[in-house]
Design a protein around this ligand. Structure first.
Ligand code: CS2
Length: 490
């Protein structure tokens, strides 16, 4: 079967939406680090909207910091791919043309530095996942013993990390007399702009103090909140799309109709006139906190409890009334810890979230969300728990979600099926749990992981008791029976 490319665009069925602009006339104003499915269904679609609206300065040069997989999928397709947007009732296929080139950083570090230091580049976006920032999840400090970061602390001639690339490129821009770019973190981290800025400044400072000062004064690291559910593409998705298009697309992404990008309006250079789905605002934190604690907090709870019960997809977990009751209870708890922006109606947001989770066509795997829990729990579950405890409030649902994460670390679900604990701290956590013979000891061992659990929370007796009770129940009765007990108690 023919492959999607500039040459086959015309052969696509009529209902497929195509770039309305001349791709050859587009300049690359954006460099993106971490071209996974999320970027392709979120920021790339936003810049594609800008191109469609006629401002051709905002094409994307994207980079993979590790694997050549996405480059190998996209290069034969001239950077084109399908974004398939679906819910239960409709499906829309749109070809995104914004990505001009994909660079595999370890293969071509200089090409990536050149792109970052190009005078046309004004914006750098990042989706490198929580762990890519090389910051301790609990404290936000640089993890200096991380081998890749240690290499970047020693030399930046061939950077290994995203902060390393940004610092090396900013040094190059300064030397060339160019202004810095605006660097926008699009990962689900609290104060993601501030965290990225801290990582970049700390690393720059170690190499060249005046460079760090220049970045601090001239650069910009807006905070953002990004939201769109983008499940990993499966081989079945690729085959189904090929049957529909009669053209093969190995780089397709599938997503939901909902999309939101809230960006702090603090750019140090040009920015496009963004279209629908993007809000510029002075204060992102209230949006970010609400999204992290409601959407992502519930997601993690669903992923671990559902995963332990052997349930593959989010919408299947929510088909269980007890799981729905658990999610509502978690939201009841979490929402009291928020200071939502006035425009955000929490009751409506919750209803919409539940409908998004229920979308049966996405087939969002619990295992995908279960990944990297150590990096996700602090902002999603532990922060609202600490806030509830500080005001003497209960943590029944939030602590059940944390206990399920702890249970997940055992590497086996309730049916006896083994799973990988896909997490940068998996080895360390497994080693600590190994010597723990009882539920109490397992809870104590986890509470000592200070990269995840802040010390003040680790010492809280109510938290320890809640975790111990739920973990004991999960270990002896399994996730489904625990959810049923939970529902009986609320
Ligand atoms: C999910 C997020 O995998 C995960 O941890 O919770 O990727 C989630 O789907 C997005 O943040 C939605 O915007």
């Amino acid at each position: 079967m023919r492959r999607l490319s500039s040459a086959t665009l015309d052969a696509l069925p009529d209902d497929v939406i195509r770039p309305a602009y001349d791709r050859a006339a587009v300049r690359a104003g954006v460099v993106h680090l971490g071209i996974g499915a999320f970027h392709r269904a979120h920021q790339a679609a936003v810049f594609d909207d800008v191109l469609n609206a006629g401002d051709l300065r905002w094409g994307i040069v994207a980079a993979s910091l590790r694997s050549p997989r996405v480059r190998d999928q996209m290069a034969p397709q001239d950077g084109l791919y399908t974004m398939l947007v679906r819910d239960g009732s409709s499906e829309r296929a749109r070809i995104i043309g914004a990505v001009q080139r994909v660079i595999v950083a370890p293969e071509e570090p200089l090409a990536l530095l050149d792109a970052l230091a190009s005078p046309h580049t004004h914006i750098v976006t990042l989706t490198i996942t929580e762990k890519g920032y090389k910051l301790d999840p609990a404290t936000g400090e640089l993890i200096e013993h991380d081998p890749q970061l240690a290499a970047d602390l020693a030399s930046l001639t061939r950077p290994q990390t995203a902060p390393g690339y940004l610092v090396a490129a900013l040094a190059k821009r300064k030397a060339l007399g160019l202004p810095p770019f605006t660097a926008i973190s699009c990962d689900n981290l609290p104060h993601n702009g501030r965290r990225l800025r801290n990582a970049v400044l700390a690393l720059a400072h170690r190499h060249d103090a005046p460079l760090a000062e220049w970045i601090a004064e001239e650069g910009a690291f807006p905070e953002t909140m990004v939201d769109r559910i983008v499940p990993a593409t499966t081989a079945e998705d690729v085959a189904a799309l090929a049957a529909r298009l009669d053209v093969a697309d190995h780089a397709m992404v599938k997503t939901e109709p909902f999309t939101q990008w809230v960006i702090e309006d603090r750019f140090c250079g040009p920015r496009p006139e963004f279209g629908a789905g993007v809000q510029l605002t002075a204060a992102v934190a209230p949006w970010e906190e609400a999204k992290l604690r409601l959407l992502n907090g519930a997601h993690s709870g669903i992923a671990y409890l559902g995963g332990l019960a052997g349930i593959e997809h989010v919408h299947e977990v929510l088909a269980l009334p007890a799981a729905r009751a658990f999610v509502e209870a978690l939201w009841d708890e979490a929402q009291t810890t928020l200071s939502p922006p006035p425009e955000l109606n929490i009751a409506l947001y919750r209803r919409e979230l539940m409908a998004r989770f229920d979308n049966p066509t996405l087939r969002h795997r619990t295992r995908q969300i279960a990944m990297d829990g150590s990096q996700k729990l602090p902002q999603r579950l532990l922060a609202p728990i600490a806030a509830r405890l500080a005001t003497g409030k209960g943590i029944k649902a939030l602590s059940l979600a944390v206990a399920a994460w702890l249970r997940w670390q055992a590497g086996q679900d309730d049916l006896g099926n083994a799973h990988d604990v896909d997490d940068p701290l998996a080895g360390m956590i497994a080693a600590r749990l190994k010597g723990a013979g009882t539920t109490e000891e397992r809870v104590a061992a986890i509470l000592r992981v200070d990269a995840v659990v802040p010390p003040a929370l680790a010492e809280n007796g109510a938290f320890r008791m809640a975790l111990t009770r739920w973990l004991a129940m999960l270990e002896t009765q399994g996730a489904l029976a625990t959810l049923a007990s939970f529902q009986g108690e609320i």
